[in-house]
Design a protein around this ligand. Structure first.
Ligand SMILES: [Mg+2]
Length: 249
């Protein structure tokens, strides 16, 4: 069983609890080691698939280092093979980020996260009025940038990304090569942005697992990141890896 599965894990809201600010996420100390043990059981076929940059994930999961599809697949690292983001290839986006920072400068608790080849606006702690203005600003920029980019809405966040960057695409890209090729994909995610990847994983005959409540196209469901961590710890320490036995969504 363990040599037939490839595990793909979202980070925020899936492995760790959502924090008021993205830099305030708390990683339980046992998590990186457990993921490394589980990766060994899976013959190396375990990757983090996230909207965060690879470097940020490395910081959170140190001293371990994992395969990562970062920035929704704009950055990919498999073993020592790295394909990065080239901000210089995105001149219109770079100009747009400057304009966007200007547009939200006077809004309280609205954060811009500039990731080089994508940009996110966060408003988790903002008033509804400021949240609305932040949302308008990023929607205007997305409209100006046109079809080469896409706007992705999440929980109190919206992000502009290259149109080709999706988690489903990142998962399929991992599966083109060893140790992922030929294995059944299992993807855990929590957000609106993960729903499209669930569609891809379902279409490819994999197992999709939604974390938290709400409508979903995923097959299975766990209620919170703590449940995910408990499950992964059990799998890391020798329990049968059987995602098909998880509660139905
Ligand atoms: Mg998430």
């Amino acid at each position: 069983m363990t040599d037939s599965l490839a595990l793909f894990l979202d980070f925020d809201g899936t492995l760790v609890d959502i924090a008021p600010r993205p830099d305030q996420v708390v990683v339980p100390p046992e998590l990186p080691g457990a993921l490394a043990r589980l990766r060994a059981r899976l013959g190396g076929a375990l990757a983090i698939v996230t909207g965060r940059p690879i470097a940020t994930i490395d910081g959170f999961l140190a001293p371990e280092r994992f395969d990562v599809g970062g920035l929704h697949g704009v950055e990919m690292r498999r073993g020592s093979d790295v394909a990065g983001c080239e901000p210089a290839a995105h001149p219109a986006l770079r100009a747009g980020v400057v304009a966007l920072a200007h547009a939200v400068a006077d809004l309280d608790a609205v954060l811009i996260e500039d990731k080089g080849c994508s940009v996110a606006v966060h408003w988790r702690l903002a008033t509804p009025t400021d949240a609305g203005r932040a949302q308008d600003a990023i929607e205007r920029l997305a409209a100006d940038l046109g079809p080469a980019y896409r706007l992705q809405r999440g929980k109190a966040v919206a992000e502009i990304l290259p149109a080709t960057a999706t988690k489903g695409h990142a998962i399929r890209s991992f599966q083109q090569e060893a140790p992922y090729a030929g294995r059944r994909a299992v993807f855990f995610g929590d957000d609106l942005t993960d729903e499209k990847a669930f569609v891809t994983v379902n279409a490819d005959g994999g197992v999709s697992v939604r974390i938290g409540g709400g409508a979903t196209v995923a097959q299975r469901r766990l209620l919170q990141p703590e449940d995910v961590r408990e499950l992964l710890l059990r799998w890391a320490d020798g329990a049968p890896i059987d995602p098909g036995a998880l509660p139905l969504a």
